[in-house]
Design a protein around this ligand. Structure first.
Ligand code: ATP
Ligand code: MG
Length: 581
């Protein structure tokens, strides 16, 4: 006899007291079911006419007329209806139907508030299981204590009151997935929120899933072009990589992610944008922007806005990842953006504090690192044997006054394969995208860069680093020698070259040609303000009159010496003409 059964008591509710013979039969049933003699008690109740209801701990056997009707209905619902004549089937179902003694585990709400319900009487509920409350409100078990369970609610808690009943579902949180989701905006549970009607799902995946093991992975070696000049040239991202976008508020973090999504058009990559704790208006704006640029066709937006309950914000990125995994398992490439994980950590902190977990550093619970590592580990490039699909993750983190050593930023920096660091000062001085070249890094993407881009980008980072140093110590000098001045001018030209408008991704050939030309000091003597126009004219010249060069870069992806020389010759001629005009 287990400890748990010792505490069990059984209560029969019925209108009339059962006879002693009936009671003996109940005793036998209980002994068979629970393996112990359980004390039996009778309570008079008129709520179950023509039957009885037996409650054993949290198990309920509804043997009343109502309960039997419900069982019969459940049986009839399962009768196949695609056959022309269903009457014989119905007849057979009814004639063979016998009511069963089925236990339903039902508990009771002890307290409720702030989106958290404590539930008593559900001894067997598991961590992460979905519970069903009155009025169809769903919740997820997040805390298991000795006699009660802490459960977070996925919708407003008004209809859940103290004493109302709770049912186990035996399922963990999951989300519908499938091709039908492309072009749609959904919430963390996969329900559409864009008013475009129902979504036909092709499957159902658990929100929390194990990351692919190392055996199932292969190295990152295929580029994921973002179309953003400063990123593709210096901090390239490969398919399957996790690259963090980090910076203060309003420094263009979202803009980089959106541009990267827009650039995936025609590149066979499905994009998922997960908005966590943002204003609904910003999410709508992003949807419209993507739509305007034809990017919604291959994108899904998962949103848990600032006004949604913390539990929904908490599971949003995992749900987005599950949707991505569906495509990855089919061998497709997926780009997923988590915007942003700082707000995700805050939602999790709120939830944990409400569940009475002890706060740690910066009041975050101790497992906040695991929160993000188990999410980002699910980004992977699968081996060819299992399809070769990939998930590339671009998590976004907001810093306060550029402080990358705060708790959440350091955590996520250590989980990802590099970071794009955006700086307010650069942003406000007009250098947009405001990528800080010194603090940004991509630890694996270099292998994924095309040979042409790798060769063309050559010394760009070093040249920029030298320029920054020189800029600092010459800022107060009134009198500069010619060599220093020309070096400063060269650096300024490069910085200008890296500026890029939003929604204007650059193709490979555009980037390679610009780099080859600029790093050969071709722009020397051109005023910094004129750099954009100069480059634009050059690229146009190549695209109209030297389309073969562009094509060679885009398709072969190699930059041999002949090709480089050709680009330099054409650029030099163009420069002469430009100067003369
Ligand atoms: P938040 O912290 O509020 O999420 P954020 O860091 O995501 O902000 P964005 O919303 O992407 O920043 O950009 C802030 C503003 O800067 C926007 O108005 C955007 O249009 C503008 N912006 C971003 N990138 C560029 C760019 N390359 N050129 C011009 N404007 C830009
Ligand atoms: Mg943003």
């Amino acid at each position: 006899m287990s400890n748990e059964n010792m505490a069990l008591t059984a209560v029969i509710y019925s209108a009339a007291e059962p006879s002693s013979e009936q009671k003996a039969r109940f005793g036998q049933f209980l002994k068979k079911k629970y393996g112990a003699d359980i004390p039996l008690q009778w309570d008079k109740s008129d709520a179950f006419p023509g039957g009885f209801r037996l409650e054993v701990g949290s198990d309920i056997y509804d043997w009343s007329v109502g309960g039997r009707f419900r069982q019969l209905r459940d049986t009839l619902v399962k009768v196949p209806t695609n056959n022309g004549n269903i009457i014989p089937l119905l007849k057979e179902s009814i004639s063979t139907w016998t009511p069963e003694a089925m236990a339903e585990q039902v508990g009771e709400v002890l307290t409720v508030g702030d989106g958290i319900a404590t539930v008593g009487g559900l001894q067997h509920a598991t961590f992460g299981e979905i519970l069903l409350f009155a009025d169809g409100v769903r919740g997820m078990v997040q805390d298991i204590r000795r006699d009660e369970i802490g459960c977070v609610l996925f919708s407003a808690d008004e209809s859940v009151t103290q004493g109302s009943s709770v049912k186990r579902t035996g399922k963990t949180a999951g989300t519908p997935v499938g091709e039908g989701f492309l072009g749609r905006v959904v919430d963390s549970l996969g329900s559409p929120v864009d008013g475009l009607g129902e979504i036909k799902a092709s499957g159902y995946m658990p929100v929390e899933a194990q990351a692919p093991p190392i055996i199932d992975r292969q190295p990152v070696d295929t580029p994921l072009e973002t179309g953003i000049f400063s990123i593709d040239s210096m901090f390239p991202i490969g398919r399957g990589q996790r690259e963090l976008i980090i910076g203060d508020r309003q420094t263009g973090k979202t803009a980089i992610a959106v541009d990267a999504i827009i650039n995936q058009k025609g590149k066979n990559c499905i994009c998922i944008y997960v908005a966590i704790g943002q204003k609904t208006s910003s999410v709508v704006q992003i949807q419209q922007t993507l739509k305007k640029h034809g990017a919604m066709d291959y994108s899904i937006i998962v949103t848990a806005s600032a006004s949604d309950p913390a539990p929904l914000q908490y599971i949003a990125p995992y749900a987005g990842c599950a949707m991505g995994e569906y495509f990855m398992r089919q061998g497709k490439d997926v780009l997923i953006v988590y915007d942003d994980l700082s707000k995700h950590a805050v939602a999790y902190r709120a939830l944990s504090l409400l569940l009475d977990r002890s706060p740690g550093r910066e009041a975050y619970p101790g497992d906040v690192f695991y929160l993000h590592s188990r999410l980002l580990e699910r980004a992977a490039r699968l081996s060819d044997e299992i399809g070769g699909g990939s998930i590339t993750a671009l998590p976004i983190v907001e810093t306060q006054a550029g402080d990358v050593s705060a708790y959440i930023p350091t955590n996520i920096i250590s989980i990802t394969d590099g970071q794009i660091f955006l700086e307010s000062d650069l942003f406000f001085s007009g250098q947009r995208p405001a990528v800080n070249v010194g603090l940004s890094v991509s630890r694996v993407g270099g292998d994924a860069q095309t040979k042409a881009m790798k060769k063309a980008a050559g010394t760009l980072r070093i040249d920029l680093a030298q320029y920054r140093e020189m800029e600092v110590f010459t800022q107060f000098a009134s009198d500069l020698d010619d060599q220093t001045r020309s070096q400063l001018e060269y650096g300024q030209g490069l910085m200008r070259m890296l500026r890029q408008k939003q929604y204007r991704p650059k193709s490979q050939h555009e980037q390679v040609i610009t780099l080859v030309m600029a790093l050969a000091h071709t722009m020397q003597g051109i005023d910094a303000d004129e750099v954009p126009a100069f480059i634009e004219g050059l690229v146009e010249l190549f695209e109209t009159e030297h389309a073969d060069v562009c094509e060679r870069i885009d398709t072969i992806g190699k930059l041999d010496d002949d090709l480089k020389k050709e680009i330099l010759d054409i650029s030099a001629k163009y420069r002469e003409k430009y100067k003369a005009a």
